[in-house]
Design a protein around this ligand. Sequence first.
Ligand SMILES: Cc1cc2nc3c(=O)[nH]c(=O)nc-3n(C[C@H](O)[C@H](O)[C@H](O)COP(=O)(O)OP(=O)(O)OC[C@H]3O[C@@H](n4cnc5c(N)ncnc54)[C@H](O)[C@@H]3O)c2cc1C
Length: 385
Amino acid sequence: MSTAQIFADHTTARVGGPAGQWIVARSEAQAIDVLQSHPLPDEAVRTAGQDSLLVLGGGSNLLVSDHGFPGTVLQLAFTGLTAEPVGDDAVDVSVAAGHDWDAVVAWTVERGLRGLETLSGIPGATGAVPVQNVGAYGADVSQTIVEVRVWDRSAGDILMLRDKDLEFGYRDSLLKRTTISGSPRYVVLSVTFRLTHQAGPPLSGPVRYAELAHALGLDHTAEESARRAPLPYVRHKVLELRGSKGMVLNAADHDTWSTGSFFTNPIIAASRLSELPERTPRFSAGYSGDGQALVKLSAAWLIDQAGCGKGFGLSDGPELGRGADGTGLAEGRAALSTKHTLAVTNRGNASTEDLLTVARAARDQVQQTFGITLHPEPVLIGCEL
Ligand SMILES: Cc1cc2nc3c(=O)[nH]c(=O)nc-3n(C[C@H](O)[C@H](O)[C@H](O)COP(=O)(O)OP(=O)(O)OC[C@H]3O[C@@H](n4cnc5c(N)ncnc54)[C@H](O)[C@@H]3O)c2cc1C
């Protein structure tokens, strides 16, 4: 199927201009057909953002320019899920790229399979989850993915990438690092997760995240066996917490018209902490290649403390974001969520440029106040921060 389409109708931020051609692949074979006629162009073409193919799942981590994308959009919409027992206490669940992610999580929780429960309520399709190693509440998909089946646009063939080949990092993977200006080398066709189960009432994995542990009535510092809760209860609490922050899609709530977190949490050398206020929240983040201790900072905290609180950009939001004429930074059409400072939201009739105006102001304010550079989490197509 190919009809005139605009990104605003296919992205969760509901912004973005027209596409040259829009193909919805309802089967893997159909997707491969299109991919075969769109081999990987050379690096210069990709770096210039001139690849004529854009792969789309649910459009929840994508910001496309108001001018749109002149090439072909391939929307992966094929679904399906199979489960294969592995020994006595594990199951490999293989999921087609177009399958709704939260439906997968719900399916596994209903069957007492442990491993994905804290990743409830994240929008988008399953094929996208390995790309940025989707994570929330102390878990990410690198902990359960065993294998990803991809179309390699360079070789023009199907390839199996095992977990160790995928080089997962914080919101990062080989798949993301080989995507240049939105042009992917590898297109995910299906993903296999290894999940576990046990005799008796199904319990979650040990909860690591303090806020979730608190909501569940657990102590996140307790030993592992005391940090588990019934799987459906964990899913319920995660959805509740996410809902309170505008992080579950709801058409009636403009705080959810976003790409989720707009910025990744910055990771800096621990030695730089002396430049920041003592009260700055920090989390240990391992070591750099040259052995330096690293810490992860909270982008939401930095934004808030830099004067860009909830509702920044609205005429009745924080003073700094009201704009010179008091109508808001983009005349109130875009703003930080009124529930969470990390989401840049469309208040109803925003453009991509409006969202970027608010995001730039928050980024610059953090740079000026703390000397920390924030980087965008969503993929930007035809536009930049
Ligand atoms: C309200 C809200 C809450 C969110 N919460 C979280 C969260 O808690 N944690 C988190 O990590 N993310 C979160 N996100 C971001 C987003 O939901 C995830 O990154 C999600 O996995 C994106 O899936 P998608 O199908 O919508 O990807 P799209 O937006 O369609 O695509 C994103 C990128 O992945 C590429 N891509 C998509 N599918 C494939 C494929 N099959 N093969 C190769 N490349 C592909 C696209 O080309 C694009 O570059 C949130 C977003 C929103 C709107």
